[in-house]
Ligand binder design. Structure first.
Ligand code: S3P
Length: 429
């Protein structure tokens, strides 16, 4: 895909459904008694991997236009899949599913694409083993393929050393099958969609807070099918917010965006950077906070991003780095070593691509330093097939100082989380 500079961005956009919530809606819908009716579901490659996994375990998922109906079979209603489960590129599918599968009465195996087979799975294998689960990394390298044998699970208090919603969710969902309560304490609070959704399905769950990041699930309750309206994904909205901030003469309204505080660190950071962002019509849908977000071109200043806010904007950091290249001063991103083990090494790729476009960025052990503001010029962007790198640098391409287009390699990878991204971006030009 080639993206040229633009003089302004204007208009309204409805971003697709939240990826994290979409995954969970299929998972909990499958484990519930009765139907779960989902609107706003994100039909992207990652969420389709989750759908296919549950279909392979006997769950009927109907697609009626924009509505999905998951015919749940209850906590013990899944059946043994015929083949190894293919989680594609989806870390969320692989990790959370390994928790659910640990509690089943049949053996399973799961794997994914080249990127998934390099991503760390010890972070779920080890804490799930403390509940009694039997999970084996087939190549003994701590990565997928994984083989899971049925074992009785026990209640336990687990402390994890990474703030990870995938790990926390794997443990909480395994906890549905344990013989006692499972508590999960994380170093700082990660996204809490699993906790919110479990509560609405009728589970006995106490969610953690920013001050006390411990979630506790007590098994024994039946889950009941729900109606779920999936809000727009703030991680997808981020590209339009960032683009409108740095493109001259821009005014963009991003509608129906989930602003759950465990996800919305980006808004706080941009506001600290002097961004002209207004939240309109703040409301609640299916237990999640939602708003429309109005963004105008802004004179940005640098800031420091570190500590507890990092898990609330982890997927947005490549985009934030692009925006920081247009802020006056030195932006420091720290405590974000997790970026190295996402779909790609997002520290190295972000820094290398920024510098290829003329920015002044350097990688650190746990983040990046970006000195702004520097004009950007066109370049060829190596995405390593990472959707978030592709979309972040499509934004950077909009403010190129020359008229040659920027080429985003392997740009079809946006289908992982946002299949219509390039069309939606073009609609604002
Ligand atoms: C996700 C959690 C985060 C995030 C990922 C989606 C989820 O990963 O980066 O895109 O849906 O639970 P970690 O749990 O590894 O931080």
């Amino acid at each position: 895909m080639k993206i040229s500079k633009t003089n302004s961005l204007r208009g309204e956009i409805n971003v697709p459904g939240d990826k994290s919530i979409s995954h969970r809606s299929i998972m909990l819908g499958s484990l519930a008694e009765g139907d779960t009716i989902i609107t706003g579901f994100l039909k992207s490659a990652d969420c389709i991997s989750t759908m296919n996994a549950f279909r392979a375990m006997g769950i009927d998922i109907e697609e009626n236009g924009e509505t999905l109906v998951v015919h749940g079979k209850g906590l013990n209603g899944l059946s043994k899949p015929e083949h190894i489960i293919d989680c594609g590129n989806s870390g969320t599918t692989t990790r959370i599913l390994s928790g659910i599968l640990s509690g089943q009465k049949f053996p399973t195996a799961l794997t994914g694409d080249e990127s998934i087979q390099k991503r760390p799975m010890k972070r779920v294998i080890e804490p799930l083993s403390k509940l009694g689960a039997s999970i084996r990394s087939v190549k003994d390298n701590g990565c997928a393929p994984l083989e899971i044998e049925p074992q009785p699970l026990h209640g336990a208090d687990i402390r994890i050393n990474i703030a990870s919603a995938q790990v926390k969710s794997a443990l909480l969902l395994a906890g549905l099958y344990a013989d006692g309560s499972v508590s999960v304490t994380e170093p700082s609070l990660s996204r809490n969609h699993t906790e919110l959704m479990l509560k609405s399905f009728g589970a006995d769950i106490s969610a953690g807070t920013a001050d006390s990041p411990t979630a506790i699930i007590t098994p024994g309750k039946t889950l009941h099918g729900q109606r779920i309206s999936v809000p727009g994904d703030i991680s997808s909205a981020a590209y339009f917010i960032g683009a409108a901030l740095i493109t001259p003469d821009s005014e963009v309204l991003v509608k129906n965006v989930g602003i759950n505080p465990t996800r919305a660190g980006l808004i706080e950071v941009f506001k600290n950077m002097n961004a002209n962002i207004t939240l309109l019509d703040e409301r609640e849908a299916a237990g999640e906070k939602v708003a429309d977000i109005l963004v105008k071109t802004s004179e940005l200043k640098a800031c420091t991003i570190k500590g507890d806010i990092i898990p609330t904007l982890i997927d947005e950091l490549p985009l934030i780095a692009v925006v920081a290249s247009q802020a006056e001063g030195t932006t420091v991103i720290a405590d974000a070593e997790e970026l190295k083990v996402k779909e790609s090494n997002r520290i190295d790729l972000t820094v290398n691509n920024l510098n290829a476009m003329g920015a002044d960025a350097s990688a650190t052990d746990d983040g990046m330093i970006i000195r702004g503001k520097t004009p950007l010029h066109h370049a060829v962007i190596n995405t390593a097939k990472d959707h978030r790198i592709a979309m972040s640098f499509a934004v950077a391409a909009l403010i190129s100082s020359d008229s040659e287009p920027t080429e985003i390699l392997d740009s079809e990878c946006v289908a992982i989380s946002y299949p219509e991204f390039f069309d939606d971006l073009a609609s604002l030009k």
